[in-house]
Ligand binder design. Structure first.
Ligand code: PLP
Length: 439
């Protein structure tokens, strides 16, 4: 099996670039961070992707998180096919959306949820609700945490911890980030300083439950609890973004790693990915008194033509109902095997690296030493990762095309899939060593 000549992918990419900016509908898919031709996939089943050239890959991206059960799970597919036969969108309330909301409320500490269609919409709406509820406007976020492409959250730190942020991309007006503070992650002193300076104006702190968008950077023990307490004392809301970690890091999401143990709850949470079962579905939820401020019950406006879409909610519900303890035990086992083998292979080749985990989630940094914030994550040897990535790809393993991402496994990663990954690692580690700065 060779994956070296992606002829059909290259042809499609050339066509795509003429009609879609960069040839892709979400930037990281373009392989800009690793170089080469993005693979256009034709189909997926279980742990495997098949590209338009007919090559198969073990999938360690899982559609960036949603495919917890693997691709084309027969029971999810059957539920979706039955739902499609009943029509695809009614613009009225439906039973599956109630059932999905009940399932989310049962598994997490939220009292109520509103369903939306993307993680970006969930965080954007949670922020509006936090501002509407508190009557305040300032939002605190952390460098390296990604919450979707919401204008006010596409922000870069200002010149000091208590100075307002700057737009993180052209197109975001200064006025959108004038009310955002960007702090270093895991830095309690920075949070304290920001609240000392701006406390009465802060509507909310938003953080990933356990950051996964700079690679996995777990909160230091007690950090989330500290944020929850700081917010409560200052009359601000604590928003835990679980779009990536929800129903993935543990059965209860990232909150299962600390809040469930320490006994605190976020005021608002956001969900996406797994809860949509591979369809566009997301949600935000939280305390009953906060959620009741949302229209039509309260004055804070929020809406969506396809919100709670019956196909998406059916897929999400089927996925969550199938995601039992056995599934998470399997993710843990497969993850441990792949993490250990990757670390062993990189160590044998002399490539500096760091494997970091949060529950069943993990990522591999091509950096020496523990990574506890975005500055640490940015110190990676991205050239070594690119060489590693391409060697794995040629051996039939589809890793995230960026060094800053988690590796996602699924309930469908069986021995054949895991063996394919393990067999590919030594050569990939040597390829990384050949360009590595540290070896
Ligand atoms: N929040 C987090 C933590 C995410 O990881 C993402 C996407 O990766 C989002 C929000 C945005 O979700 P979406 O891409 O569905 O808009």
């Amino acid at each position: 099996m060779t994956h070296r000549s992606p002829t059909a992918s290259a042809d499609l990419f050339a066509r795509a670039r003429k009609v879609i900016p960069g040839g892709v509908n979400s930037p990281v898919r373009a392989f800009n961070a690793v170089g080469g031709t993005p693979r256009f996939m034709r189909s997926a089943a279980g742990a495997w992707l098949t590209d338009v050239d007919g090559e198969e890959y073990v999938d360690l991206v899982g559609s960036w998180g949603p495919m917890l059960l693997g691709h084309a799970h027969p029971e999810v597919q059957a539920a979706v096919q039955a739902a499609v036969a009943r029509g695809t969108s009614y613009g009225t309330p439906t039973e599956p959306e109630v059932e999905l909301a009940e399932e989310i409320v049962a598994r997490t500490p939220v009292d109520a949820v509103r369903l939306v269609s993307s993680g970006t919409e969930a965080t954007m709406s949670a922020i509006r609700l936090a501002r509407g509820f508190t009557g305040r406007e300032v939002i605190v976020k952390f460098a390296g945490c990604y919450h979707g492409h919401v204008d006010s959250l596409l922000a870069e730190a200002g010149s000091g911890v208590a100075t307002f942020a700057l737009p993180g991309t052209p197109g975001v007006p200064r006025s959108s980030t004038d009310l955002t503070l960007v702090l270093p992650y895991n830095d309690r002193a920075a949070v304290t300083a920001a609240f000392a300076e701006h406390g009465p104006a802060i509507a909310a702190v938003i953080t990933e439950a356990t950051p996964g968008n700079m690679g996995i950077v777990p909160p230091e023990p007690g950090f989330n609890e500290f944020l929850a307490t700081t917010c409560r004392e200052a009359g601000a809301l604590f928003i835990s973004d679980e779009v990536m970690t929800g129903f993935r890091a543990t059965r209860q999401g990232g909150w299962g790693l600390d809040g469930a143990v320490e006994g605190w709850t976020p005021d608002l949470m956001t969900f996406g990915k797994v809860m949509g079962g591979g369809f566009p579905a997301a949600a935000f939820g939280g305390r009953a008194d906060v959620m009741s401020r949302l229209a039509p019950e309260g004055p804070v406006y929020q809406a969506g033509t396809l919100s709670g879409n019956p196909i998406a909610t059916t897929a999400g519900l089927a996925t969550l109902r199938l995601a039992d303890d056995e599934v998470y035990a399997h993710l843990t086992k497969v993850g441990e095997t792949i993490k250990t083998a990757t670390s062993d292979a990189l160590a044998a080749a002399g490539v500096p690296h760091q494997v970091q985990s949060a529950g069943t989630m993990f990522s591999v940094f091509f950096a020496a030493g523990e990574v506890r914030d975005f500055v640490g994550a940015s110190a990676q040897d991205t050239a070594a990762y690119a060489a590693f990535f391409h060697s794995m790809l040629e051996a039939g393993v589809y890793l995230p095309p960026s060094a800053y991402e988690c590796w996602f496994v699924s309930a469908a990663h069986d021995d054949r899939a895991v063996t394919t990954v393990l067999d590919a690692l030594p050569a990939a580690a040597r390829a990384a060593a050949a360009v590595s700065e540290g070896s």
